[in-house]
Design a protein around this ligand. Structure first.
Ligand SMILES: [Zn+2]
Length: 330
């Protein structure tokens, strides 16, 4: 590919203003217009060149890309995207980020060849088969507290990539960048996947599914898939870390005289002994009845908070007894 210098074509300097570029274009376009050079092939070619140069330099966006990437300016977006893919950990707050890529000279040219023609048999281009790891994918998953307790599975849809069927992943059709994939060799694809969510996840947990992210380039490894978990609030249990909190209604007589109540847990009801004269609001700890902890066998606790229920709709006899009690206690 011959290098084109659009500034030289229009005869302006690299820092020419929009107005200067426009003036230069008008002057040259008049001079080389096919209408005034009928049958002159070289004028026709020159006219095309001028128009191409003006199309790029008159657009602020295209001119910026051209200034940065030269001949390869049309692939600026792909290049920048690939560069982002090269630093998959940046999004996740890990260390890293330096890519070692240079934007000028040969290195960039060969990188473009990697991008455009990676994996293919592009005889007319030199290319470097630099292995690049595929990008990580993140997807949100909502689970109930019960599912977080037992662990669960989900079938999710993720957007991934696959080799472009038009160019068989080479990015190249008859030695020009493939239009179906803009020369990247890849096209997007929705993929359904069954994933396992381990017991003990909490809101904000990131479950890593290794190797299920975007496929790598040139034999590079695939990225990972991260499930970003949120656990729905439960109508009965409140979760703090691995511990669970629940309110237990205790009849007045049981609170005063002692007895037994049923406490709901994630695995069904448990009998709880209430000692005599238990105060309202007192908490009882049920060891090991909380949430499992991912990655080990430890479990949180359940805290049952006593909510003394005062009697209503008293009978005459009950009222009488409360009156007697009241005289005794005053
Ligand atoms: Zn293609």
């Amino acid at each position: 590919m011959a290098k084109k210098d659009y500034y030289a074509t229009l005869g302006v300097s690299r820092n020419a203003s929009e107005r200067e570029i426009k003036q230069a274009y008008r002057r040259l376009a008049r001079q080389h217009h096919p209408d005034v050079n009928a049958g002159d092939k070289s004028a026709e070619a020159k006219f095309k060149e001028i128009n191409e140069a003006y199309e790029v330099l008159s657009s602020k966006e295209k001119r910026e890309k051209y200034d940065k990437y030269g001949d390869q300016w049309q692939y600026a977006d792909q290049f920048e995207q690939a560069q982002r893919q090269q630093t998959p950990f940046r999004d996740f707050g890990h260390a890293g980020g330096a890519t070692g890529f240079r934007f000028e000279g040969e290195d960039m040219g060969s990188l473009f060849n990697d991008l455009l023609f990676g994996g293919g048999r592009a005889r007319t281009y030199t290319r470097r088969t630099r292995a690049m790891r595929g990008r990580d994918i993140e997807t949100p998953v909502e689970v109930t507290l019960e599912e977080a307790f037992h662990g669960t599975t989900r079938t999710i849809s993720i957007q991934t990539e696959e080799p472009c069927p038009a160019c068989k992943g080479t990015g190249l059709l008859q030695n020009v960048p493939c239009s179906a994939c803009q020369g990247t060799g890849r096209v997007p694809r929705m993929k359904r996947l069954e994933v396992k969510i381990p017991a003990g996840v909490k809101t904000g947990s990131r479950v890593r599914i290794a190797g299920k992210g975007q496929p790598g380039y040139n034999g590079g490894t695939s990225g990972d898939l991260y499930l970003v978990v949120s656990v729905r609030a439960h109508r009965q249990f409140e979760r703090r870390g691995d511990d669970l909190y629940v309110e237990v209604p205790v009849p007045l007589t049981v609170a005063v005289l002692g007895g037994e109540v049923q406490v709901p847990t994630m695995k069904g009801k448990l009998a709880l002994k209430i000692p005599p004269e238990t105060q309202n609001g007192r908490s009882f700890r049920l060891a090991g009845q909380g949430m499992p902890h991912p990655g080990n066998s430890s479990r949180g606790d359940m805290f049952a908070r006593v909510n003394v229920v005062l009697p209503t709709k008293l009978s005459d006899r009950e009222k009488e007894l409360f009156q007697q009690l009241s005289k005794l206690r005053s």
